[in-house]
Design a protein around this ligand. Structure first.
Ligand SMILES: Cc1cc2nc3c(=O)[nH]c(=O)nc-3n(C[C@H](O)[C@H](O)[C@H](O)COP(=O)(O)OP(=O)(O)OC[C@H]3O[C@@H](n4cnc5c(N)ncnc54)[C@H](O)[C@@H]3O)c2cc1C
Ligand code: FES
Length: 245
């Protein structure tokens, strides 16, 4: 059930020069699932800021965020003990039941901070007996993060970088050279369009500027093959077959 609650920052650490991990602890009466997101109220900011859930326990949520503007710059400077109001759970999340029975090769692809929901999904799928292939994409070596965390999940991790400094040169779309039975992807629009353009079955997690974050203002509408859909409430995850390119 949608709720807002005060959470306390338990940890806020830099993963590289621009990306941070924030662990928030709070009341234990919330539920989230892989692919869902939270909306943080930040002091002095009118609109809440949306972030995908990277991990969660009974009383904590982990977020990965990139400093992209004023709100995230403020977050990077926040000390442990700071209280933030969190709205959760938001969005539909990934539909695991859509993976056809018997699918062996499930590919999970992330570009940049798209790694947050993909980490949560990797963990969930491994708990359910899958051994997914994970493709992580970064611009260069200095932009990389969470490689050890993904490897610790015992997933098969492939790394791609635009500069070629780390892993294979190119985008995580290169992981499609070995055609997966099913895929999940989260990252920049161009990467999602490339995945959707393959015609392969899968799910894509989208971002857009948001107003309310819970389906009321229509500020995040995207046109799909099934008509106009709200990214915050009908998404952020959409079936690849519904994407209009
Ligand atoms: C469903 C969803 C999940 C997201 N998950 C993550 C995540 O896990 N990690 C992460 O680093 N970022 C994530 N983002 C993007 C993140 O919300 C923005 O980078 C952040 O809101 C920027 O805030 P700002 O104040 O620093 O930037 P500013 O540019 O100062 O923000 C101004 C306004 O624009 C909005 N805005 C700016 N950029 C974006 C963006 N890319 N998407 C949506 N709204 C934006 C802000 O929320 C704010 O309302 C997600 C966005 C969505 C919609
Ligand atoms: S942000 Fe208001 S409907 Fe999606």
């Amino acid at each position: 059930m949608l709720k807002t609650a005060d959470f306390v920052i338990a940890k806020n650490r830099a993963l590289n020069q621009n990306v941070y991990e924030m662990v928030l602890t709070g009341a234990a009466d919330f539920s989230v699932a892989a692919g869902q997101f939270v909306n943080l109220s930040l002091p002095g900011k009118f609109l809440r800021r949306p972030f995908g859930v990277c991990d969660y326990t009974a009383d904590s949520i982990t977020l990965l965020y990139k400093v992209a503007g004023g709100g995230t710059a403020d977050m990077a400077a926040m000390a442990a003990g700071t209280v933030l109001n969190v709205m959760l759970p938001l969005g539909n999340g990934f539909t695991l039941g859509a993976i056809p029975a018997g699918t062996g090769d499930v590919l999970l692809a992330a570009g940049g901070t798209g790694a947050a929901p993909i980490y949560c999904l990797t963990k969930t799928l491994i708990e359910r007996g899958f051994r997914p292939r994970v493709a992580l994409g970064f611009n260069g070596r200095d932009d990389a993060f969470y490689l050890a965390e993904f490897r610790a999940l015992a997933a098969d991790v492939e790394v791609y970088s635009v500069s070629g400094e780390l892993g294979e040169k190119g985008f995580p779309t290169r992981a499609l050279e070995k055609e997966p039975g099913y895929y999940f992807a989260c990252g920049p629009q161009g990467m999602l369009d490339a995945f959707a353009g393959t015609g392969l079955p899968g799910q894509l997690s989208y971002e857009s500027r948001m107003g309310c974050g819970f389906g009321v203002c229509m500020g995040c509408t995207m046109v799909t093959r099934k008509g106009a859909r709200r990214i915050c409430a009908d998404g952020p995850v959409f079936l690849a077959e519904d994407i209009l390119l």
